[in-house]
Design a protein around this ligand. Structure first.
Ligand SMILES: Cc1ncc(COP(=O)(O)O)c(C=O)c1O
Length: 357
């Protein structure tokens, strides 16, 4: 006897990356920032007046919204604050897709999207990426033909790290009949020389919502804090109707605001990650891996033929080094490796070298 709906009973939940208890694990499997968050956060938490917790927090997190609005040079009304980027993804479906209506994704993509679609009982229209891991020319036609209401597009792409430029995104948004959720979870790690800036798109298009998170760039995965940016008419229904009231607690609002204000600290961690990314990609290439050029804090690397990716993943795991292996067609000869600190990356490279003939 189950009380679940038929749809929920029939589905599998999201399987998150392993979160080991052993603090000595070299954890390169869930794309966390390897550097700590700004020391300002310690001060905010130590100075937090616990008596404030008697009262409900600011419902719209306006203090944070104003800080983010100043950073992106947009209006507070273009921003909604959410419990991690994941809550925004769920709100996009609740707000813009009826049960039974299709949701568009690329193949491969962030594996949470199909799970959220399934919760709402929505079919998925999945369009395979080209060999260069970019959407094919007929991407939007296929989505429109299927009647897709919301499309989830991650840029830079996960799990490959490949970047589309804003003009390619503008083309996609202008052709789509539905709403485009542009998931920029890893945007902070893009090489500044590329001058990537998608924010102007929210002024030009009334069907784009951009996802941002503090989990990666600001080293705050444990806080659960993200936000969405878009035209006011897209943000407002989520803000006023579908999100939980008081979805963000007082302490999180204070911590996240402090983190966003400390731009120079965060930028320093991003540039260290980029330096390590180049070095790690070079080391893996020398070991015979084929590494996709990445604009994120991870690398998707094809394992040399002398070993299967699964075998290497298991051997590394035995030595306390966790990377991500996907048992998924097209990815099962590869490992997704989070860029760690210099000592972590050296340890990984030495452990891999030991396994190769
Ligand atoms: C592509 C992508 N989007 C969104 C998220 C959501 O991040 P969070 O809920 O931690 O903000 C993640 C987390 O790993 C991700 O990889």
């Amino acid at each position: 006897m189950t009380f679940e709906t038929d749809n929920i009973a029939a589905m599998d939940g999201y399987v998150s990356g392993e979160q080991p208890n052993d603090p000595n694990t070299t954890k390169l499997n869930t794309n966390e920032n390897p550097y700590p968050p700004t020391p300002e956060i310690g001060k905010v938490i130590a100075g937090f007046d616990v008596d404030r917790l008697r009262r409900y927090p600011p419902p719209d997190a306006d203090g944070f919204r104003d800080t983010a609005a100043a950073l992106h040079q947009i209006d507070r009304n273009n921003i909604i604050v959410t419990r991690g980027g994941d809550e925004l993804l769920r709100l996009m479906i609740t707000t813009f897709v009826d049960p039974g209506q299709p949701i568009g994704v690329t193949e491969p993509t962030y594996s949470l999207y199909p799970v959220l679609a399934r919760i709402q009982n929505c079919p998925i229209t999945s369009v395979p990426l080209q060999q260069d891991w970019k959407p094919p020319e007929n991407f939007t036609r296929r989505l429109n033909d299927a009647g897709v209401k919301v499309t989830f597009l991650v840029n830079p792409h996960a799990p490959t790290g490949v970047l589309l430029d804003p003009s390619q995104i503008a083309d996609i948004a202008s052709e789509l009949n539905g709403v485009l959720l542009l998931d920029e979870a890893y945007v902070d790690f893009i090489d500044p020389a590329k001058r990537y800036d998608s924010m102007p798109l929210i002024r030009d298009f009334d069907n784009i919502v951009i996802l941002r998170t503090l989990s990666k760039g600001y080293s705050l995965a444990g806080l659960r804090f993200g936000y969405g940016v878009g035209a006011e008419q897209l943000i407002l229904p989520m803000l006023r109707k579908t999100r939980d009231s008081y979805n963000i607690d007082w302490l999180s609002q204070d911590v996240a605001t402090a983190a966003l204000q400390e731009q120079s600290y965060a930028k320093d961690t991003w540039s260290k990650v980029r330096r390590e990314r180049v070095k790690l990609a070079g080391d893996l290439t020398r070991l015979g891996f084929s590494v996709i050029p990445s604009e994120t804090n991870f690398l998707l690397a094809t394992v040399p033929l002398t070993l299967t990716a699964q075998a290497l993943y298991l051997k590394l795991k035995k030595q306390g080094i966790l990377v991500r292996y996907f048992e998924h067609q097209g990815l099962d000869d590869k490992l997704r490796i989070t860029v760690g600190t210099q000592p972590q990356n050296s340890l990984l490279v030495a452990a891999i070298a030991d396994q190769l003939p």
